[in-house]
Design a protein around this ligand. Sequence first.
Ligand SMILES: Nc1ncnc2c1ncn2[C@@H]1O[C@H](COP(=O)(O)OP(=O)(O)OP(=O)(O)O)[C@@H](O)[C@H]1O
Ligand SMILES: [Mg+2]
Length: 410
Amino acid sequence: MTSDSSSDSVDDPLFNSGHRIFSNKDLLKIGHVPEADRIVGRDEEISKLAKRLNGAVHGYSPENVMIYGKTGAGKSLVSRHVCQRAQNAADSSVDIGIAYIDCAEDNTETQAISSLAAKLNDESKTDITVPHTGLSTSKYYKLLWKTLDAQFDSVIIILDEIDLMNDDSVLMKLSRAEEAGKIDCSIGVIAISNRIQYVDNLNERVKSSFQHKELFFKPYDANQLREIMLNREDAFQDGILSEDVIPLSAAFAAQEHGDARKAINILRHAGEVAYEEEAEMVREEHVRQAQQHAEKDRFRELVNGAPTQAKAALLALTELSVNASDDAFLTSRVYDQYERICGHLDIDTLSVRRFRDILKEQAFLGVVEIEKINKGSAGGIHLQNRLIEDPQVVRETILEDARMQDWSGK
Ligand SMILES: Nc1ncnc2c1ncn2[C@@H]1O[C@H](COP(=O)(O)OP(=O)(O)OP(=O)(O)O)[C@@H](O)[C@H]1O
Ligand SMILES: [Mg+2]
């Protein structure tokens, strides 16, 4: 179905009432890549990224880039947008390939490489067939090198949510392929993560071969969020949004950090709630309902995607929060509980220092709030940790993970 087909569909009263609210709902899909003039406040990031990839457009090596930023900061969007433009702008003598891998889905080395080979291979040009499954990792690499050399001068590979990939050697092998003489085609990798410590934790060998520049995406402010939504207002029928809907959605999304994903989700969901209620217009009350829903969803996603150690740390904080009247706890106390959990689940117990880093990262992601408490000259500075979302919701989400379930009987 094309994106605007909804406007010329058959007028059956049984099915058409959704169109009273939306005229082109696809504009509010998260994976949708809007045209350049709908992208707000990212000119600098777009031009910096373009500079790094410029080589690919003119037939020499692009640079590798690591993009960081909180969720909903436009990292995936900007990467896809710039790659599309690079492909369009390529010199006529340069064949440039683009591939997007979502590492949340393709989270093993074999899956990622087979997916890359399949996406980049145009069978009609190469006569190469890439089977979906069944080959060894090294065979998939060979197919990938073959299909690249058969078609391209350079390729840009987006590895989105790279922190969810369970093996970082993909980065090393992709970055070394040309240098090691495996291919003539040059490869540029855009790796995207919302975990700021991702590179620090990479294996040393990977770190030294994945030479890259870093780009950091700042959160949006409420004005930018408003503009992002105004630029997609035509997803709705004319006049169906009451005046306060967009400003209120922007305010909600700006509250914790400026998250455009949340802004757009709230807006879409508000429309859906209004539709369910058969309301004449989308109003403030629909936005409020949508906000509560979006908050729980966002949180579930964050906690679900967290590594085991982070889940154990969060579970420790959760247990304390559920069982005490307080909601903020000193790091040492959370650590004691964490040690008990790790012992029970038979997983490694990290040092206090690493444990503190995990909590810091969870604070960066907006799961935990950390407050400094100054206990005077003798007592020094202590940190207190608090869960931002309802501890029961966090607990339920963590215990969905099979590795953590042994704790539920406690
Ligand atoms: N500057 C922008 N202008 C217009 N729309 C934007 C902008 N930034 C983000 N969006 C929209 O907000 C949503 C979330 O953006 P995106 O998926 O790029 O975020 P992200 O940084 O990749 O987040 P995550 O880390 O959660 O994957 C998308 O629908 C995207 O189109
Ligand atoms: Mg993304």
